[in-house]
Design a protein around this ligand. Structure first.
Ligand code: NCD
Ligand code: ZN
Length: 347
């Protein structure tokens, strides 16, 4: 199969940043996706519906003129999120979820939740109002091995949480391990997971290929081949619990090529093409559409898109750098080929 027509996909986990950086990266997502769940980890974070409304307006203003892309907003959960704010989320159609970052787990997570008990009340309110919780699932105890932090989080926090709040809908974001796949498959109804292109295509060798590769550093960090294969199997299994979320997370090249390089991989410029590559490698292109365009919408109780996009198996070379506000960024596959291409003639 070297041509694929699928329902236009959505990206259920995306970082867009703000201002000139937003303007630089947004067009790539608009070209490919109809909707995206926009992460709230700005500096300062988006913690209120009023802030989310303003951020959404900035995104709409930065959209290319011909785009009908729709940003779906999220709030950043803190120790101090109020029930009143949760009720506002439930009432605001444009805010679809609340994001839980354990404090210190990842980029711009310092304002996150310092201890899960501190948000029990808020989670009660979210459950009562059917507001989904999006979870960055990594333990923050620095004594836990960095490759084991997802498993530790499942055992210490996520599994107990799923039991304590039996009706709370949850998305385990950017899963990277066999443990996460097993947890999601065995979990009760209402628990799903997003999967990134990097966790489908790369294992941790990519971090050290002929030298340190900062552009392959993200959180959760890439895992061993055994884990990659299991995550790929889950994505291509046809289970509605797994759906597309790129976690495309732009950073300036100089901030990644640094003595303390920050976490995040930019993939928006080739996102659906990279997923097509992964599904093709698994011999499961027939299951790309449901993963990319159906299951996420179903989980969020939103209509599936009606337009289609066409992908062809025809390679192209990714630019070495892309503009990022006043700086530049280094995209995934910089200077190398992507095997699939998005056609631009049918929307
Ligand atoms: C994200 C970022 O840069 O905002 N980084 C990352 O490595 N994924 C934060 C996140 O989603 O963890
Ligand atoms: Zn993210």
């Amino acid at each position: 199969m070297d041509k694929l027509v699928i329902t236009r996909p959505d990206d259920w986990h995306l970082h867009l940043r703000d201002d000139a950086m937003l303007a630089s990266v947004l067009p790539y997502t608009c070209e490919r996706f109809s909707r995206a769940v926009v992460m709230p980890n700005l500096n300062p974070p988006i913690t209120t519906v009023a802030q989310a409304a303003e951020y959404r307006q900035r995104i709409l203003q930065a959209r290319p003129a011909d785009s009908s892309f729709s940003p779906l907003m999220t709030l950043y959960l803190t120790d101090n999120t109020t029930d009143e704010e949760i009720r506002k989320v439930a009432a605001a159609e444009f805010v679809v979820a609340v994001k839980y970052y354990p404090a210190g787990a990842t980029t711009l997570s310092d304002a996150g939740v310092t201890a899960i008990e501190k948000v029990y009340r808020t989670l009660d309110c979210m459950q009562a109002n059917d507001v989904p919780l999006l979870v960055h699932g990594e333990a923050t105890d620095l004594s836990v091995d960095v490759f084991d932090r997802e498993k530790a989080f499942i055992d210490q926090t996520l599994a107990p949480l799923a039991g304590r709040y039996p009706q709370l809908r949850m998305v385990f974001e950017h899963i990277s391990t066999t443990d996460a796949v097993d947890f999601v498959l065995a979990a009760r109804q209402g628990i799903a997971a997003t999967i990134t292109p990097q966790h489908l295509l790369l294992n941790r060798n990519a971090l050290f290929a002929k030298g340190l590769q900062p552009h392959h550093y993200c959180l959760p960090v890439l895992k061993s081949e055994r884990h990659r294969l299991r995550v790929l199997e889950a994505a291509t299994s046809g289970s509605e619990r797994f759906f597309l979320g790129t976690d495309s997370a732009p950073h300036a090249t100089e901030d990644k090529q640094s003595a303390c390089g920050c976490a995040g991989i930019f993939s928006a410029h080739a996102a659906i093409e990279l997923y097509a590559e992964a599904f093709d490698q698994a011999g499961r292109l027939d299951r790309l559409e449901a993963f990319a365009s159906h299951y996420g919408a179903d989980f969020y109780q939103l209509p599936r898109n009606e337009e289609t996009v066409t992908l062809t198996k025809s390679s192209w070379t990714v630019s070495r750098t892309l503009e990022f506000g006043k700086q530049d960024l280094t995209p995934l596959r910089a200077g190398s080929e992507v095997a699939w291409r998005l056609e631009h003639n049918n929307d």
